[in-house]
Design a protein around this ligand. Structure first.
Ligand code: CXF
Ligand code: ZN
Ligand code: ZN
Length: 377
């Protein structure tokens, strides 16, 4: 019996309020409207930004919501006006859209799109409504994606069609963390062959940045973390040296400057901490060093002394690795399938959607790189 055109009742993990566990609920998912796609979610990663929204962020108005933005699934049905997708297609939801028509999409310098979910509007679809409800209450769609649900509805400008043979419980990671870190090194920092790099923070994003530095041909990749257990994984992705800032009396920037005869060519901050952002900038060599902000926070201001930039360093930031989302995600899937980028190595745990709170606790404790939740079949 086809579900197209009908409301679907399904299971989802609902965040009713900040600082509380998610609740498994039966929710209603409305049929896709014009230009929208209803997706049966097969797998989703759990990213730190889901936790940030729940426990740390300022967006207290963004509830109740279905979190999750690192998913992959199969098209269940399409709304009027959708031509690029058909039921059965494998897809990845995109928290950063690519409408291909706005001035940002038309400019090759950026991946920001005017028409999708935006950082200022955390919890709605591109048209500021939601297709999800629970017991008669509208439920917000976090980052426009809401992948902690058996079904979700997304505008076609924020969905990428991927190869039919793609393994969805792996390529879902390209919906956020891996693209974010990998692209930050490749696209935003533009790491050069033979260069010396430092990556601060060895979660999934940082490890993906290490992988980006390696694929770009860096000669030294210094992995920096206060948790030394992460060093072994960092080696797998190409790190050549490891530094624990806590093992040194001197500031980490001075340690790196000494190790590298004046500072690194490229540093990438993958923590989302303004003190670390400053250290990453100050670890760069004067004249040409480039420091890229990858980790997310909007809680504090960041600062450094003007001489840091006046001396010729560049301070940049990267959102979704600078990738134009719809164009790039299908290619990244092919890169994975061809063995050019790693994904399997990021997966440390596999659970069901029902275990989402366990996955969240595991991430909070730093006990995982990525947990994949199997949502559907
Ligand atoms: C997010 C962080 C919050 C702003 C949008 C991008 N990155 C990954 O989760
Ligand atoms: Zn994320
Ligand atoms: Zn656009």
């Amino acid at each position: 019996m086809t579900t197209a055109g009908k409301v679907i009742k399904c299971r989802a993990a609902v965040a009713w309020e900040p600082n509380a566990p998610l609740m498994m609920e039966e929710i209603e998912v409305a049929p896709p409207q014009k230009n929208e796609i209803r997706i049966k979610v097969i797998a989703t990663g759990v990213c730190h930004t889901d936790l940030y929204h729940l426990f740390e962020g300022k967006h207290k108005e963004g509830f109740p919501a279905v979190l999750g933005h690192e998913g992959a699934g199969v098209v269940e049905s399409i709304g009027p006006g959708v031509t690029e997708f058909k039921p059965g297609d494998k897809v990845i939801p995109l928290f950063i859209s690519q409408c291909k028509e706005c001035r940002f999409c038309k400019n090759p310098k950026t991946n920001q799109c005017e028409h999708g979910w935006s950082v200022d509007r955390y919890c709605q679809m591109s048209d500021t409504t939601t297709r999800m409800s629970c017991r008669g209450r509208p439920i917000l769609q976090f980052m426009g994606t809401s992948t902690f649900s058996e079904y979700t509805v997304i505008n076609q400008i924020a969905v990428a069609k991927v190869h039919d043979d793609a393994r969805l419980d792996r390529v879902c990671l390209l919906g956020c963390g891996i693209s974010t870190g990998y692209g930050a090194a490749i696209n935003t920092a533009k790491v050069e062959p033979g260069s010396v790099c430092a990556v601060f923070g060895l979660g999934a994003v940082g490890l993906a940045a290490v992988m980006g530095c390696k694929n770009a041909g860096a000669s030294r990749i210094i992995a920096v973390d206060i948790n030394e257990q992460k060093f072994e994984k960092a080696k797998v992705f190409g790190a050549t040296e490891f530094v624990n800032p806590k093992s040194h009396k001197k500031p980490i920037s001075e340690v790196l400057i000494e190790m590298t005869n004046g500072g690194v060519d490229f540093s990438l901050e993958c923590v989302g901490n303004v003190t670390v952002m400053r250290s990453a900038l100050e670890s760069c060599v004067k004249g040409w060093g480039v420091s890229t902000l990858v980790g997310w926070t909007d809680l504090d201001d960041f600062s450094s002394r003007p001489i840091q930039l006046i001396s010729g360093k560049t301070w940049k930031g990267s959102l979704f690795g600078g990738f134009k989302s719809k164009d790039s995600v299908p290619k990244l899937v092919l890169d994975y399938m061809a063995g050019h980028i790693k994904l399997d190595e990021f997966v440390t745990h596999t659970m069901t959607l029902e275990q989402v709170n366990d996955a969240i606790e595991l991430m909070k404790s730093g006990g995982c790189i990525r947990t994949i939740l199997n949502v559907g079949k």
